[in-house]
Design a protein around this ligand. Structure first.
Ligand code: NDP
Ligand code: 8X3
Length: 241
């Protein structure tokens, strides 16, 4: 499918997968409205402040994006994060709230707000994770949030059946972005250690998977893409040199 002239909303477009996806979409001739809290880092044609945890911020973002774009063809629900890599005993109310409100409530909310504006032959792409398919240690809240994303995606697929809207979940494994810096509360050394001795996926690897799903002929719905570094078989198993 040729995407030229279409429109897209990308959440979390200020970094990592969201930034790469927004760039590849723009290169394909798509008009992109990007959202993030760090609005100054957005490079999208339409750059708008967005906090997906906040209902008012999300509604304001969608209104402004639809005004600027005239309608939505593609929604990439990418904004998300993990906090901490410790046994669940160490978890806190605040971190649990942030992770669930961003990864789950935020994604569900943005879908609900965008859905009335998604035109025929539209496409929703959710960023899940291999963490949403198989648990690994010291990541309970993140794992639970991404299992929820997969459950929501499956349920939404049922509700959209019969309507001209496609739905895809892209579930990556280890990929080097700002994800680990955020997960380790800004500790760059701990974040760097995650990628030591292994060649991780890059943001462009994931953006290319998203573009693959988006550019299939409309009768083809790529339901799920699971993509890992070659040296990783699961969240808990990575071979390092
Ligand atoms: P990054 O930290 O590089 O990017 C995360 C993006 O999400 C940023 O643009 C950030 O923008 C945005 N974001 C975070 N919280 C909010 C919020 N409340 N409102 C709006 N935007 C928000 O990480 P990745 O690119 O790696 O992560 C993108 C998605 O991919 C996430 O859902 C993550 O769980 C998932 N993922 C990541 C993997 C990895 O190994 N990197 C693997 C599998 C899945 P800002 O801070 O400016 O608001
Ligand atoms: C992030 C990748 O392997 O830490 O979703 O779960 S992993």
């Amino acid at each position: 499918m040729d995407l030229k002239g279409r429109t897209a909303v990308v959440t979390g477009a200020s970094s990592g997968f969201g930034r790469s996806t927004a760039r590849l979409l723009a290169e394909a001739g798509v008009r992109v409205a990007g959202g993030a809290r760090r609005v100054e880092r957005l490079e999208t044609e339409i750059a708008l402040e967005l906090d997906v945890r906040d209902a008012e911020s999300s509604a304001r973002f969608v209104d402004a994006a639809v005004n600027a774009l005239g309608g939505i063809d593609i929604l990439v629900n990418n904004a998300g994060l993990a906090l901490g890599r410790a046994p669940f005993d160490d978890s806190s109310e605040e971190d649990e709230r942030t992770v669930f409100e961003t990864n789950v409530n935020g994604l569900v909310r943005m879908t609900r707000l965008c859905l009335p504006h998604i035109r025929d032959e539209g496409h929703i792409v959710n960023l899940g994770s291999i963490a949403g398919r198989q648990a690994y240690e010291n990541a309970a809240t993140y794992v639970a949030s991404k299992f929820a994303v997969r459950g929501f995606t499956y349920a939404l697929r049922e509700d959209l059946l019969g309507r001209p809207i496609r739905l895809t979940t892209v579930d990556p494994g280890l990929a080097e972005t700002e994800f680990s810096v955020v997960r380790f509360y800004g500790d760059k050394d701990k974040a760097d250690a995650v990628y030591e001795g292994v060649e991780p996926l890059t943001p462009d690897d994931i953006a290319e998977c998203i573009m693959f799903a988006l550019t299939r002929p409309f009768h083809v719905n790529v339901d799920e893409i699971v993509v890992k570094a070659q040296a990783q078989s699961s969240g808990g198993r990575i071979v390092r040199t």
